[in-house]
Design a protein. Structure first.
Length: 136
């Protein structure tokens, strides 16, 4: 059975992974030979990506996912409330990735790390999605 409401908080684990991956990319650019201008531009793009990713993850605090049925969900973010259809889910031990369809063409992916909700809620979510046929 799905949890009645998922109130997400920023995931420290995802934040650490984001930071680590971006720092490794910067390190790779630093040790790669090439024109300084090109390396500078690539480094700026990596730093901008890190800033955007961190901002997005930190703003997730308070996002609410309300399952109406297994496939119909209500997504509440700082941008408003939308009804969405669960199209796909990837279930891992410490991470769940949900793909929603909103309207005709919009897609939204929501990552739910184990530390973004309490442990029991994460377990119930994984169990419900697995028994609901999303265990690919």
């Amino acid at each position: 059975m799905l949890p009645p409401v998922l109130v997400l908080r920023p995931s420290r684990g995802l934040l650490l992974w984001l930071l680590l991956i971006h720092l490794l990319a910067l390190l790779a650019v630093a040790v790669t030979p090439g024109p300084a201008l090109a390396r500078g531009v690539i480094s700026a793009v990596i730093v901008a990506s890190l800033a955007w990713s961190l901002r997005r993850e930190l703003r997730r605090g308070g996002d609410r996912l309300t399952p109406l049925t297994l496939t119909k969900w209500r997504l509440q973010t700082i941008h408003g409330t939308e009804d969405a259809e669960l199209v796909d889910a990837r279930i891992f031990r410490r991470l769940v990735v949900l793909q929603f369809s909103i309207g005709d063409r919009r897609r939204r992916f929501v990552t739910i790390a184990a530390d973004a909700v309490d442990e029991e809620t994460h377990r119930k979510l994984r169990a419900a999605l697995t028994t609901g046929g999303y265990d690919r």
